[in-house]
Design a protein around this ligand. Sequence first.
Ligand code: AMP
Length: 282
Amino acid sequence: MILLKTCVEVQNYITEQKKQNKTIGLVPTMGYFHQGHLSLMEKAVRQCDKVVTSIYVNPLQFGPREDLASYPRDLERDLGLAKGAGVDVIFAPTDSEMYPQGFNTTVSVGEELTDKLCGSKRPGHFTGVSTVVTKLLNIVKPHKAYFGQKDAQQLLVIKRVVADLNMDTEIVAVPTVREQDGLAMSSRNTYLTPEQRAAATVLYQSLQMAKGAVKEGRRRVPEICQMVADQIKKEPLAKLDYVELYSYPHLKSIDEITGPALLAVAAFFGKARLIDNIILEA
Ligand code: AMP
């Protein structure tokens, strides 16, 4: 496995591999790997000849009061884990490599996908995500790029960018990897105290409760959202950010569940803002 830090080095590597007809997979990440990241890399390794994993904590997608400075970072540890997963290249650029002086372009997806869920709670977040992912796709020009269902809205936004801008990459969705007690794996889980870590299982439990209610025939969206909100609010260490439910994958507002629907939650546990979601089927 090789570590590359500049866009030109990556572009040269890719040109060489494509001359040899190798298929290329890209796994964009912010690093501090856990099994969720590794499942994306492992899938990419199974499906592609050469896999590039990017590690970049993208300042453009963090709000002014968010955790950019404290976001966990450990490149040495990540290199070992990625190598173990069979990754060929780690691309770990600096800020000035990604956003050199004079950088003045952003990519932003329209409100239909971005004015809700994390988009409304984190203004500018998805423009930051769309811009950095567009850059990574242009640098690596992968046949396939891998994204986690854990960040369901991000996945839909990226699919929109790729379709709208005619990018020649297939976006592959990977299921959410969870801890044994259901908590979705996240680099931000490292912020949690043991008490907050125990409390955070309420997110998955509340989603499962909603799934059970839908199975029993409950279909009214306000009722299901209320049930999930009540469950999360019962946990004293949780501060609810949102519970929202939309049609999937178009994220239309609905009153009743009649087809696939995305139920998504966000809550703070101390300074950690955690998100989770499930797809409900009527
Ligand atoms: P991050 O480093 O948190 O930006 O995540 C990088 C990629 O890993 C994104 O596509 C995430 O959706 C995905 N990811 C993060 N956590 C998980 C998880 N628990 N299961 C599956 N994919 C995940």
